[in-house]
Design a protein around this ligand. Structure first.
Ligand SMILES: [Mg+2]
Length: 271
């Protein structure tokens, strides 16, 4: 049964780290298509070419290499694309690019410092988006087909750790509800630190980096793997079920000494 990083103990030679949002859980499309995008159009009063703007939002956050970008960085990007010379938007982008912390509370500090209207709108957008996400039904937040079978099979050879930058309660609830938590051995989330940090801490439990695989859907997952010199297996956007179907063969090869070489396929699959 899954346990926190602090008490997790290695039981197998190999370790499989699995990201949650957009990787094991089919939760990213619905959040961006139904919540982030429409709330952006609402708060920033987009009245012309609405569909094109929403498509652009989805490209930035789902289908291009920027997939999984922090929400405020994504917001800064689309605001500046729509109006590249607007001083307020440029100020917001400067904040998003340079702030030590990107969160609603750091945004509130910026507003108190007199950051201006755009920061207030960004906060409102973030809050309305969170409320819309909370309204999604459980049916909207399911695991991709094939995840359960793949993890069950992998667990014969690998310890399995969730490595997610979402919050602990949400990850635990989703994996439990989808009956996947029971197939994992450790759960690491944003409370433990960055994905790269969590992989490093997991390795310290006694694995060779060459015996570790990170499974993810976004560039940040690949970078976290590379920072720790561990292998990477991608869950390709729009080809998630196929990716989960094929992971068994890839891991079988990995265990028998074949390198996982999916970096090019992963980056080329983005728009
Ligand atoms: Mg992800």
């Amino acid at each position: 049964m899954s346990c926190p990083l602090s008490i997790f103990k290695k039981t197998k030679k190999y370790l499989l780290c699995v990201d949650s949002d957009g990787c094991a859980m089919d939760t990213m499309n619905i959040k961006h298509i139904k919540c982030f995008g429409p709330k952006f159009a609402e708060v920033f009063n987009i009245t012309e070419n609405v569909q094109a703007v929403l498509d652009r939002w989805n490209d930035i956050n789902l289908y291009e290499i920027t997939r999984g970008i922090n929400r405020f960085k994504g917001l800064a990007q689309i605001l500046c694309e729509l109006n590249p010379r607007d001083a307020e938007r440029l100020a917001f982008k400067e904040w998003a690019d340079g702030a030590k912390e990107l969160s609603e509370s750091s945004l509130k500090n910026k507003i108190e410092e007199g950051g201006g209207d755009i920061f207030k709108k960004a906060l409102l957008w973030s809050q309305l988006t969170n409320a819309a996400i909370a309204e999604l039904s459980d049916d909207d937040k399911k695991a991709f087909e094939g995840v359960r079978e793949a993890l069950k099979e992998a667990r014969n050879t690998f310890d399995i750790a969730i490595v997610s930058s979402a919050n602990f309660a949400a990850v635990k609830e989703e994996w439990e509800r989808c009956k996947l938590l029971e197939l994992t051995d450790c759960i690491t989330t944003q409370q433990d630190g960055s994905k790269a940090y969590c992989i490093a801490e997991l390795i310290k439990k006694g694995y060779e980096p060459s015996d570790v695989v990170m499974v993810g859907d976004a560039l940040g997952d690949l970078e976290a793997a590379e920072k720790n010199s561990v292998s990477f297996y991608p869950i390709l956007v729009n080809r998630e079920e196929e990716s989960w179907r094929n992971i068994g063969n890839a891991l079988e090869g990995f265990v028998s000494g074949k390198k996982l070489d999916f970096k090019e396929q992963f980056t080329k699959n983005f728009k």
